[in-house]
Write a protein that binds this ligand. Sequence first.
Ligand SMILES: *[C@@H]1O[C@H](CO)[C@@H](O)[C@H](O)[C@H]1NC(C)=O
Ligand SMILES: *[C@@H]1O[C@H](CO)[C@@H](O)[C@H](O)[C@H]1NC(C)=O
Ligand SMILES: *[C@@H]1O[C@H](CO)[C@@H](O)[C@H](O)[C@H]1NC(C)=O
Length: 472
Amino acid sequence: TVGWQAGIIGCPRVLLEVPSRTATSTLPYLPGARPCIPKDFGHGSLVCVCNATYCDTLDPLVLPAPGSYVKYESSKAGKRLERSEGNPALPAGLLLTLNISTLYQHVKGFGGSLSDAAAINILKLSQPAQDNLLRSYFSESGIEYNLVRVPMASSDFSVRPYSYDDVPNDYELKHFRLADEDVKMKIPLLRRALAMSKRPLLLFASPWTAPGWMKSNGDVRGKGTLKGKAGDKYHKSWANYFIKFLDEYAKHNVTFWAVTAQNEPLAGLLTPPQAPTIAFTAAQQRDFIAQDLGPALARSPHRTQLLMLDDQRSHLPHWAKVVKSSAASFPPASRPSPGVGANRVCRSGSRSRLLPELPPPRVPSGSEDRRCPVIVDGSKDVFYKQPMFYHMGHFSKFIPEGSRRVGLHSSRRCLLCQLEHVAVLRPDGALVLVVLNRFGRDVPFGIRDPAMGVIETVAPAHSIQTYLWQQE
Ligand SMILES: *[C@@H]1O[C@H](CO)[C@@H](O)[C@H](O)[C@H]1NC(C)=O
Ligand SMILES: *[C@@H]1O[C@H](CO)[C@@H](O)[C@H](O)[C@H]1NC(C)=O
Ligand SMILES: *[C@@H]1O[C@H](CO)[C@@H](O)[C@H](O)[C@H]1NC(C)=O
């Protein structure tokens, strides 16, 4: 089955057949960094090959002694999160100066989406290879993602259209039940990921579509709006559907940190007609949250946060302003008003980002696949960790929840010498600086932390680096 391809962030939306392979034995966890086994598919950079018995790993993070720093580097030339240590030296031409008195937004975390396609592809691997894949993402020997997004019922990453209640006019949701995709695939994988994660792993759920009978177009596929208007039986049923979802997952001991009000509420304008979506304007979403979803969550036993606008950044800040204008009409403040759905990879204060797709659908085949961190080839029982995997790791492994972006001043502003950079202060007081060089030449630069001195260093052509040091 082939789905549709779209999305600014994330992997190509190509869907694959259901897996047939059954589990074999389990590989014991082996600590200690193991190197990348490189493979070149001819698309400009290398992937690292993993299978049932081998996967490159990272050592758990150890902060350097005060007065020195560690550097992790990945590059087009072939480095993958390679560690080295150094001591501060003399100033260089381009100087990045930290100012930890200037504090910006908190980081919630980094992660990926466990869609049906993701689960299906992961489960195509043998159990030991699955373990290597999950460890690569979630364990201390991997890049330690702490967020997972879970689609509620079918998305455009599914092999069939469905909702959790396809019995027409079942306003009481008496026939609500989770799908095999949840019970047999996503929940078992989530439990394994939760078990191997050292950090608290936060889950959030997002609906793509309501049952067809609640939608104006009568089908889970395609763009429709919810029938009726906020406060009516359709909107109440749709709000209760979220609660049923949380109830059912709780029965499997899987709890959610948050739900989002709607995946891509403005999708459907640009996407093919079979893509499952419900369209909302900001004002419609505000009214639905204020009159239906907010009160339903507040009445429920779930301490679940509510996020909104998992959609294009270009809708900010307008969308957030409109939806938050209802904050006053929220039920007694047992929960915060909706936050903006975000993976704050980036340094702009308002930037929101969908999480990339966890499981990659096929062998690397060019530009469309570059954004997938991992590609699975079930027929060979291997998976490929693409440059994007390590790119994400440059943030996710080093910037834990609760870190804050801090001031970083560049001594030079010119187009071709400017590196992209962001600095954060971790909750343990260590500082992290990530530097991206998109250009084809090496850029020498210095990092000045007034409390430490100057690190004189080079950002190699086409590379990303993470620097880490403790405050004295
Ligand atoms: C798994 O990968 C390792 C390292 O590349 C290789 O030595 C081994 O033969 C592979 N195993 C299988 C079953 O292909
Ligand atoms: C550092 O940030 C603080 C707070 O924003 C500001 O008052 C101070 O001038 C900054 N220091 C430098 C050297 O820019
Ligand atoms: C959920 O957790 C409880 C308490 O730890 C346990 O008794 C129960 O068997 C678990 N349920 C599932 C479905 O794992």
